[in-house]
Design a protein around this ligand. Structure first.
Ligand SMILES: Cc1cc2nc3c(=O)[nH]c(=O)nc-3n(C[C@H](O)[C@H](O)[C@H](O)COP(=O)(O)OP(=O)(O)OC[C@H]3O[C@@H](n4cnc5c(N)ncnc54)[C@H](O)[C@@H]3O)c2cc1C
Ligand SMILES: NC(=O)C1=CN([C@@H]2O[C@H](COP(=O)(O)OP(=O)(O)OC[C@H]3O[C@@H](n4cnc5c(N)ncnc54)[C@H](OP(=O)(O)O)[C@@H]3O)[C@@H](O)[C@H]2O)C=CC1
Ligand SMILES: O=C(O)C(=O)Cc1c[nH]c2ccccc12
Length: 422
């Protein structure tokens, strides 16, 4: 069995590699993969695959849906644009086209990703859910199981994302509410909500932008804000707030940069506490570092709250037939509820041997950024930095270099075994 483990990454050994879904439905399918198996074909899976290709390391990408970047293709709303400038969102080895705007639209970002996959000839195996991955210590290999095939490999790269599953909170009376209750992952636009009273639960970037979209389609949105949050203007002094923050962080400690950001925000958007959006005690960048909570970048929602087009409520107590009771005792009728309650990782549901890389609690790396990309026994994580696509690019380069080093050493070793020096 030791021999198996070695042959898995032997470049001269041609194993049966699945490039499409196997027709045979029996579980006897076992496929050797000479390089890493990458789980997930979102931006992270594609980025690390491109970097591996660049280093000459083969790989196999497994994707549960039928397309690349399924989060962006299927689960996002129409008006979505990247909210950080394009230079912070491009993947390694291929810059965005020059004619793209500073904040590319969802369609432009998707076109870029399609182009990326084409350029690096990345062909994921679609419609393939990884249901289990475990380390076989005896053979020194990973066994990555889908419903019909077991892939055996030396390296596993987890690229299933921070947003793999929707968070749907349990709210008292949820079953009694007669109107639709939908998660933002199903929301496309406010078109079908004209004149409807819509309650948006959660005020991250999704909840805030969905409220604005609803206003633009003449719906009547209200927003549930249960906790404190930072709202920052998307741009300051003609520069992106994110870009400005990165630049300031080169010179000043995070607390000082936070003070500058808060001062400028106060000057530009006023006191958000007065709108029912209380600021946390910790500054926006420090909070992002500590907890991963992303500051909301305002794209016009605050003005609608200020004008009274969007009402703010503190928290939901319970739902009934067509009413919502809030924690402060207020009652209000609503036609629809949209849950902008975010996402979670699904790693703990299928990765049976986390090798201490991932926490059993939330399926995120146990070590904070910039650690947390490499575990033991050939396990890697990409796209779990809570730093968006910027974090993905950093992970991709590191992982590909690390695996390429092992790949080259092993290949040299195998060659010398085959052709012993005279
Ligand atoms: C609405 C929205 C807007 C965003 N905007 C920005 C932005 O402007 N800038 C930014 O930097 N970040 C943004 N993000 C963060 C987002 O996480 C990244 O843009 C990016 O999608 C992360 O890529 P990923 O490949 O790590 O994860 P994903 O894009 O989620 O891809 C993971 C892939 O893994 C697949 N998968 C999951 N489980 C399995 C399994 N068990 N087996 C097989 N396949 C599986 C999924 O189907 C998916 O295709 C946004 C997120 C959302 C939700
Ligand atoms: N490019 C862009 O323009 C956009 C980017 N994004 C990104 O996508 C990712 C996901 O964002 P998003 O979907 O907004 O998710 P988030 O996790 O960022 O936000 C979820 C919100 O829901 C609240 N919440 C959760 N459960 C409840 C509940 N039971 N009652 C009331 N409130 C609740 C949370 O509050 P609490 O803090 O109290 O837990 C939080 O404010 C983020 O990284 C975000 O930056 C999203 C949209 C647009
Ligand atoms: O989109 C996200 O959630 C990200 O993690 C990227 C991001 C958006 N705004 C930020 C502010 C500080 C650090 C990262 C981000």
């Amino acid at each position: 069995m030791e021999e198996y483990a070695k042959r898995v990454h032997d470049p001269y050994f041609q194993p049966q590699i699945a490039t499409s879904k196997p027709s045979n439905d029996s579980m006897s399918n076992r496929v050797w993969v000479p390089g890493p198996v990458i789980v997930g074909a979102g931006p992270s899976g594609l980025a690390v695959a491109a970097c591996l290709k660049n280093q000459g390391v083969p790989f196999l990408i497994l994707e549960r849906s039928r397309c690349i970047a399924s989060l962006w293709q299927i689960k996002t709303y129409d008006r979505l644009c990247l909210h950080l400038p394009k230079q912070f969102c491009q993947l390694p080895l291929l810059p965005f086209p020059k004619d793209f705007p500073t904040y590319p639209t969802k369609q432009q970002f998707l076109a870029y990703l399609e182009d990326y996959a084409r350029k690096f000839d990345l062909k994921p195996v679609f419609d393939t859910v990884v249901v289990k991955a475990e380390y076989d210590g005896g053979c020194g290999v990973w066994r990555v199981k889908t419903k019909v095939v077991e892939y055996v490999c030396r390296w596993v790269i987890v690229a299933t994302g921070e947003n793999a599953e929707e968070v749907v909170p349990k709210i008292e009376g949820m079953n009694e509410f007669i109107g639709p209750i939908v998660h933002t992952s199903l929301y496309k636009s406010g078109e079908c909500f004209e004149n409807k009273k819509v309650l948006v639960v959660g005020c991250g970037n999704s909840g805030m932008e969905v409220c604005l979209d609803l206003c633009n389609y003449n719906a009547r949105p209200s927003l549930v804000v249960r906790d404190s949050l930072h709202v920052l203007p998307q741009e300051m002094l003609g520069r992106s707030t994110f870009g400005l923050s990165m630049w300031l962080l080169k010179w000043f400690p995070v607390q000082v940069v936070d003070r500058i950001l808060l001062l400028a925000s106060h000057f530009m958007i006023g006191d958000t506490d007065r709108l029912g959006l209380n600021r946390p005690k910790i500054g926006p960048l420090e909070l992002k570092n500590i907890s991963g909570k992303t500051p909301v970048l305002d794209v016009g929602t605050l003005a609608k709250i200020r004008s009274g087009d969007i009402k703010v409520y503190r928290g939901i107590k319970k739902l009934a037939c067509n009413t919502v009771e809030f924690v402060d005792g207020k009652m209000e009728k609503f036609d629809v509820i949209i849950l902008a309650t975010g996402y979670r990782s699904n790693v703990t549901t299928w990765l049976k041997d986390t090798k201490d890389l991932f926490s059993e609690k939330d399926g995120f790396p146990t070590k904070p950024f910039p650690e947390g990309w490499k575990g033991d026994c050939g396990l890697y994580a990409i796209g779990f930095t809570k730093r968006g696509l910027f974090g993905t690019s950093i992970d991709a380069t590191r992982i590909a270099e690390d695996i390429a080093r092992q790949w080259t050493t092993d290949t040299k070793h195998l060659k010398s075994l085959r052709h012993p020096p005279l």
